[in-house]
Design a protein around this ligand. Structure first.
Ligand code: SAH
Length: 270
């Protein structure tokens, strides 16, 4: 290799990647998790529980090498990651086969990857801005043979403006206005989050945000954002681990939104 001519331009920075450990055994579901599922009306075969356990084993393992979550106790992780994500299942229950869902700021894969295991008839896109996290998500989805999952690495502000390319009978590859449902957890306050996420939904689509005690306060501060983004609060679902704020997108997002990278957070719609 030493004799190879030097490239005329410096090589582009290698895409950050992370190896997953393919020897890992799934974590066993805890009683606390199984009881919470039963009380919430969620039932699934033992193999599915094993798949959640495999997801969790990988998430906690990769978390020792990069920062995915502060919750490392397995008992707590079953509830705050897997169960918390599964509380969304009833909200997505009416989506037809092959409907598309995007999880914005998926990070370690909550809720998107967990929901992809629970709802194999739906197609999931997991979006994150951090290349290393995307690498982990991609590898884990491939290793778990989750063929209903695709991963996009980029910022929501950019992809939310992506109208795809024109083809003979429409547009292909668009992210904007392309999804039947959008999910997000721990990506920002609602007034910011609405601008980052609702552009991805189709008109009539649902946006589901995993929130906590501050849900009402955040909603009150997001009135202008809801209005500007042509959305309405459809309801809030109390769950054992938090609150799901459900928003309906009523009409197409105005062209100006989302604004450029960083702007939604720097200067939230008011
Ligand atoms: N949803 C996961 C991760 C939350 S951390 C969970 O609940 O555990 C927030 C994640 O959102 C990070 O991984 C970060 O990289 C990503 N993120 C933040 N702002 C973003 C943006 N504008 N576009 C895309 N991803 C973003």
């Amino acid at each position: 290799m030493a004799n190879n001519p030097q490239p005329s331009q410096p090589p582009s920075k290698p895409r950050a990647s992370i190896e997953i450990n393919t020897d890992l055994a799934p974590l066993a579901p805890t009683d606390g998790f199984l009881n919470a599922c039963e009380a919430y009306g969620l039932s699934f075969p033992a193999e599915e529980g094993e798949r959640y356990g495999l997801f969790l084993a990988h998430m906690l393992d990769v978390n020792t090498r990069m920062n995915l979550t502060g919750i490392t106790d397995p008992e707590e992780a079953w509830l705050k990651h897997v169960f918390d994500a599964l509380t969304i299942v009833p909200v997505l229950a009416d989506l037809p086969d092959r409907a598309r869902v995007i999880d914005i700021g998926s990070g370690g894969g909550v809720p998107g990857l967990v929901l992809a295991i629970a709802l194999p008839h739906l197609r999931f896109t997991l979006l994150d801005a951090t290349a290393k996290k995307c690498s982990y998500l991609e590898q884990l989805a491939a290793w778990m043979r989750l063929d209903n999952v695709s991963v996009e690495c980029g910022r929501a502000e950019t992809l939310g403006q992506d109208r795809g390319v024109k083809t003979g009978d429409g547009r292909e590859g668009a992210h904007r206005g392309a999804y039947d449902a959008v999910t997000a957890r721990a990506v920002g306050a609602l007034n910011v989050l609405l601008e980052l996420t609702t552009p991805f939904a189709k008109a009539g689509g649902l946006c589901v945000y995993v929130k906590g005690a501050k849900a009402d306060e955040e909603l009150a501060q997001a009135k202008a954002a809801l209005h500007a983004l042509h959305c309405a609060h459809a309801g809030t679902v109390e769950t054992p681990t938090g609150r799901l704020v459900v928003v309906e997108k009523l009409r197409d997002t105005p062209r100006a939104y989302p604004r450029r990278d960083g702007e939604p957070k720097r200067d939230p719609i008011r």
